[in-house]
Write a protein that binds this ligand. Structure first.
Ligand code: AMP
Ligand code: GLY
Length: 423
């Protein structure tokens, strides 16, 4: 079959890498892709929000399955458009992707269907929002309602900081329309985990556990990023936590979406906060996490393609996932200055040497080709992902790869996976 993967990040490189191993697949296209996907797939210069272009391309190339990576095309209704044209597409439909695209929707859903989450209120006006902050004090969390590329959440340590975030967002200066509504919620303490599951709208098949590292610096310091590294399995997700997440978070969310007439098909990602065995939901995403996808797919033994097809067809019956016993760790190498402004166009050294290392895959994200060299072109540039018998061994493997690679200004965290070792 012919497969089209939509997106251009490390997640999409990992999807292409895994799909390429399927005996069912003859040819893969990636739109727009990156130099990493370009080795396994044919990159197509179409933007992820060019729904007309993508649909015309899929028809012309007789694409049998389209796999949507990022949230933007999901929330624009790519899957709905493809379905209406009789084409199979993996991912949440528009009316289900709202679980990520609107934090106010997502919080109201959680409240209505008793998914444990932080206490909150939704505001469109500055004064009542400031009054709420004054009443509850800091720390407190201010979230832009709409999509903001992972940057729309301010964990405010002081009420001044929270007030400033509210003013910024509601004035339309920060995040434009995405910030015209804000969710303000209780600050939760604990350790985070990323809990992902495939669902056909009724059946729920969890993926292995994973943990992301959002802050830019070691020891979780500095501003949040899209994710500086991830690993799997994550021991914070004990069997008891897993049971709770399935029963109280996934089951209630999937059933709630169905009850709302928003049947959820695809991969559902819950960001969890875990404390003393209690599980609360920080957010839902309508897609694979990036970088969580990279270590997860390196650990997945089963063929991914039948799972994606079953989700898209709305029937997961008979699907089971098999995992490698090994652990996997992905360390993100970022451009100097990221998550702020960064300089790009620097040639990357050591990629070929890193690719010689066994049990290591270098997933490309923000890379480009210039003058016959691979250069950095985005904030998160590479996801250097190692596999090993334990998390400790996988950490060593990933950092062996990282130390082989260099470009001007490159930076990365040196403590990815460290929380797993403490347990
Ligand atoms: P979100 O996009 O809603 O997951 O928020 C991004 C990040 O902000 C999360 O991964 C957490 O690190 C942090 N965060 C979000 N909500 C809360 C909360 N209620 N309490 C503490 N931290 C939070
Ligand atoms: N790594 C966090 C996310 O994909 O949202």
């Amino acid at each position: 079959m012919n497969v089209l993967v939509v997106g251009s990040g490390g997640r999409e490189h990992a999807l292409v890498w895994k799909i390429a191993q399927s005996p069912l697949v003859k040819k893969i296209y990636c739109a727009p892709g990156n130099p990493g996907t370009g080795r396994l797939a044919e990159n197509v210069p179409l933007k992820v929000d060019d729904l007309d272009g993508l649909l015309a391309f899929a028809r012309e190339k007789a694409i049998d399955l389209t796999v949507v990576g990022p949230e933007l095309p999901l929330s624009l209704g790519l899957v709905d458009r493809f379905e209406a044209a009789g084409l199979l597409a993996f991912g949440a439909r528009r009316n289900a992707a709202i679980i990520e695209a609107s934090k106010a929707f997502s919080k109201d859903l959680m409240q209505k269907y008793r998914v444990p989450t932080a206490f909150y209120e939704v505001f469109t006006e500055v004064e009542p929002a400031l009054a709420f902050i004054a009443r509850h004090g800091a720390p407190i969390v201010v979230k832009a309602d709409g999509l903001a590329a992972g940057k729309g959440v301010i964990v405010a340590r002081t009420t001044e900081e929270a007030n400033a975030a509210v003013r910024d967002m509601l004035s339309g200066n920060a995040f434009g329309a995405a910030g015209s509504r804000v969710v303000i919620e209780e600050f939760l303490e604990g350790e985070e985990a990323s809990f992902l599951a495939f669902t056909d709208g009724q059946r729920i098949i969890p993926l292995a556990s994973a943990q992301d590292h959002k802050p830019v610096f070691d020891n979780d310091e500095g501003p949040n990023t899209g994710g500086m590294g991830a690993y799997s399995p994550a021991p914070v997700v004990t069997p008891a936590v897993h049971e709770k997440a399935m029963a109280e978070v996934m089951r209630r969310a999937v059933d709630g979406m169905a009850a709302e007439g928003r049947r959820y098909q695809g991969v559902l990602y819950a960001g969890l906060m875990i404390k003393d065995g209690e599980v609360k939901t920080l957010e839902f995403n309508a897609r694979f996490g990036d970088p969580e996808c990279q270590p997860l797919l390196m650990r997945l033994k089963s063929d991914l393609v039948p799972v994606l097809i079953a989700c898209a067809r709305g029937n997961l019956e008979g699907i089971e996932l098999e995992w490698h016993d090994q652990a996997a760790v992905c360390v993100v190498m970022a451009s100097g200055g990221y998550p702020g402004d960064f300089a790009k166009g620097f040639p990357i050294d050591g990629l070929e040497q890193a690719e010689q290392i066994d049990d290591l895959v270098v997933f490309h994200a923000g890379t480009a080709e210039a003058g016959g060299r691979i250069v950095n072109s985005g904030g998160r540039v590479l996801g250097v992902t190692g596999r090993g018998p334990t998390v400790a061994a996988a950490i060593d493997k990933a950092y062996q790869g990282v130390r082989t690679i260099a470009w001007e200004g490159a930076h990365y965290r040196t403590d990815i996976g460290g929380k797993a070792l403490g347990r």
